[in-house]
Design a protein around this ligand. Sequence first.
Ligand code: WTA
Length: 645
Amino acid sequence: MNNKITTLGGYIHEYQKSVSDPPAFWSTIAESFYWRKRFDKVLEWDFHKPEIKWFLNGKLNITENIFERNLFERQNQPAIIWEPNNPKDKEKVYTYGELYEEVKLFANMLLSKGIRKGDRVVIYLPMIPDLTIAMLACARIGAIHSVIFAGFSVQAVADRVKDAGAKMIITADSVYRGKKKTELKNIIDEALDNCDCESVKEVLVVKNTGEKVNFVEDRDIWLEDAKKGISADNRAEEMDSEDPLFILYTSGSTGKPKGLVHTTAGYMVFTSFSFKNIFQYSDGDVFFCTADIGWITGHSYIVYGPLLAGATTIMFEGSPTYPDAGRLWDIVDKYKVNQFYTAPTAIRALMGYGQKPFEGKALGSLKVLGTVGEPINEEAWHWYHDHVGKNRCPIVDTWWQTETGGIMISPLAGITPTKPSYATLPFPGIQPAILDKKGKEMNDNSVEGNLCIKYPWPGMARTVWGDHKRFKDTYFSTHKGYYFTGDGVKRDEDGYYRILGRVDDVINVSGHRLGTAEIENAINEHPLVVESAVVGYPHKVKGQGIYAFVFCQELSTGGIEGIKTSVRKGVDKIIGPIARPDEIRLVDGLPKTRSGKIMRRILRKIASGETDDFGDTTTLLDPDVVQRIIDNSCEKKYEVKEDKK
Ligand code: WTA
């Protein structure tokens, strides 16, 4: 499979082709895949409905495009290199041939358990090879996988399992990341106790740490037992291009997370094509993405994109600072990594350790560096470029979203001239548009506004699981006829794009996408909390930190600190530690309009320490509340009471 752009002229040419005749452009790329039956039409779309269909009536299986199509050349080439949390443990390498056998056996095991095409299987696993194998096994039989990040806790898991109507859950006993242990099986037990998820018939448990877990009779089974006596002879299920491949939940500005649905053929074509071109992957290269597969970055650029392209992809179980801050560089040297892809938050965290972690590390194999998940500040960009890339590796700042399936705006490594903190230019096939507040598209350069996309691309999500109206309302209603991303953007005088961050109530904390409403709901579960408002604020390492303004009726014993600790614990339990507020301020009211809407704009300013100009506050029900929050008078009042006790 070629389809590789290698020069700037080539990019400009391909881009123009992709815009002047998108179906012809994508059809050529799709031709290089293996179809049981070729598609008979490239695209049907309507952003008003919305309805998007790519490669209509094509029949295929994505795993045949990973294995059967690649095997002839790659039988003995490593597909996955798994690096364990503890560097003293041994790595595992799966060649394409070995992975193929594992996936087929796992697929047959799922069939033996009654899992069929269209059934949903929740995968709640840490970064161990079984995670990838389980995903591919689902895809092989046409079951829809829904991976839940193993850092999510009880309520977050329960909500997702219930919404997806999962028939089976695949989990592990427990896992260590760094020194921290997470008891995954216990979380599943608690989640299933707390939700009426009758759909779940079976829980498969991977023996990972070997620690003791409780088993529920007739529901739970060890994976190793389930696999006993199962053959590895398996022919893949035939899927339609538009059959769902997976559901992945992501946070929005309101309510519960939504399950974005990605379908088979479009996602396959888009992830593979973008992977090869943006990272300029060449045969034999070793690719290392540090994301967790529980997020879209891991789905598209640890699993599907690289494996479809016949690449060698690293799966790292551990954390960048365990056992020390040189761990990622050890891995780069150990496997002679050529392309390295991470989040700005990791770069900023490692910057704090100075030069020592680089001692004795050559990093000479690196050719390309990538970032994703949040805007990268110039300081971090330069540090990455100078100290990791040794001034010779291009950086690809890749902008995209769970909803987009793959990278949308990004340099092509070594081809597009870069500019720190700019995602630069759209990938072929992507037609960005910047809209002003009134919804008018601005066609000039040097403009700022809402980032929209005005033409479909194969990798885009097709719906929200079980709630197509929500899909329409969230993405296709703000600007009619456009897909609205939720991000603000600037296009500079050269036509380069710079992402400015979310314009809604979604925050990117350490590269993790969270909704402020979800965090508020978790805080409000606390028995003493009346209501709360959560906003993001600039954080040196995390990009954005979580600031919670919490209105409590009264303080229990333990006082101010006691209540803050228990609020944090509650969030840990309900969503997971990734959503734990960095700052909590107890207040005796929130700035609300007369219609009861919280004016977050004001809280965002207070959280960022900008208290000089709040703009128009005349619509506030109780304007004095703003000053009381700034003065922290509520906490002070309680402190006085505490003193008197
Ligand atoms: C943000 C992650 C600036 C953006 C793949 C987007 C970025 C959200 C970048 C999606 C980037 C992602 N520069 N911001 N290079 N990449 N974002 O769904 O706000 O977890 O809307 O997908 O991350 O987060 P998600």
